[in-house]
Design a protein around this ligand. Sequence first.
Ligand code: ZN
Length: 567
Amino acid sequence: MKFSEMPYERPDLEAAKAQCAALCGRIAGAQNAQEALAAAREFDEMSRHLETMAVLASIRHTINTRDAFYEAEQDFFDANGPALSEAQLNVARALLASPLRPQLEQALGTLAFEKMEVNVKASSPDVLELMAEENALVTAYDKLYASAQIAFDGKKNTVSQMGRYKQSPRRAVRKAAYEAEGAWFDSHRAELDEIYDKLVKNRTAQAKKLRYENYIPLGAIRMQRVGYTLGDMAAYRAQIKRDVVPVVARLKAIQYARTGTADPKFYDDMFFFADGNAAPHGTSEEILAAGRAMYHELSRETADFIDVMFENELFDVLSKEGKAPGGYCTGLPDYRVPFIFSNFNGTSDDVDVLTHEAGHAFADFVAAQKDLPNVLRSPGLESCEIHSMSMEFLTAQHHEKFFGADTPKYELSHAEDALFFLPYGTMVDEFQHLVYANPCWTPGERNAAWARLEREYRPWLDFADLPFYGRGAGWQRQLHIYECPFYYIDYCLAQTVALQFFTASLRDWPDAWRRYLALVNEAGCKTYPGLVAAAGFESPFVPGTMKKLAEAVGAWVEAQNAKLAAR
Ligand code: ZN
């Protein structure tokens, strides 16, 4: 069905809650596994419909934020979502407590129950008030961040609009842009410190109420980490620090040499080419058409997928007035299709929509064609990002459609970006471990910890005397640290697999693609370590994996850099 024809009707949430309660009763009183499973299936069907309505309202609201009807619908879901979720969790609680659980586990798989257990543990009516306060603090941070009006280049700029100046080929512009942005953060220092302090104390209080020592184990549960431990993640961070940082340091020296930067400072970090970054050629419509052609040539599976996307209007990617900023991929479970939202801006970000977001969409599409219980439809976030980040590399043979003669430049900076991200993303995670292990730290102690981690994870950076960054407060511009604790490492865990797909595809693309399809086909039926093993890759939790990978990618980057220099 075309997106514009999909009917929307505000769901009756009271009826839905009553249905949840009735299903709980049926599960508790089931005489045999068939009866309980029938109730579980009805619950999934009801949940898919509620989700479809919520997603339709949200997509239509972001496509036109001036549409009063969908704005009201979005407010309705925002206000009533938490109570509905709680009623839905009761169904999971009933399944977990069922005396028929061994038979149910046999039918649905033990992983389904492990996942339900994690979902149930993450919340409790006892912490709902604290969670509401946490949401209000996150909103206060969002609002403050979005209110930034940084005077630069003769106009007022948001933090994200400063991005292009921070990558300017002119060094003085980059330096001034970092100074102007840092000065804005410095001028809101007290508010930024206060909001974060309250967030740390609030999350610690939630953890104590749920009987955890501190927020760290609760954070892992809320990120739905199944199949690996906090110890595994500590071992992963140690590998990044020991084995990846030296490789990145070597490649950073190559980047600075390539751009002719003699005395590199922090504001030279994102400057990759003296003649500017690779940008896609052609109009937005031409880029979209190139994307469709790319998926046609890639494989039969992706050809079917992309045709469904185009024929059913499941893209809204052109910038329009009144449209919300940013981009995302979501799913419409009633129709078994995904939807991609974005704002094309003429940079390589537009191509990312057609590789990264379409990677998410492809996985959603494949999983939706299977009849899986809702809890197994998709894996954890660390694994969803494997779908997208790997697609960025596996489509490489077709990037010429977008970048023409600039393609080798794009491939180089893409691989550099992917590898350079690992130390930063891991540092963000270790910082949060330190913060939540020491909830009484002062703002000064937090900044000192960040500055120390910068020296360990990114020793090549010189913050000189930049405002804000120079005093170790740079973490305050990383939204995830405030909004979604412990999420950030998921991008690293996913990138680690995507880079293995990259090196595998250099050796044997058809084999790498076959392994990718196998991984996507598992949907949420395996854990992160299970998916890595199913794709035939080495676990990032095993010492030595990261060293081998960083050196392989590093060698490719060096060779590609030399090839470009010789042109
Ligand atoms: Zn993503």
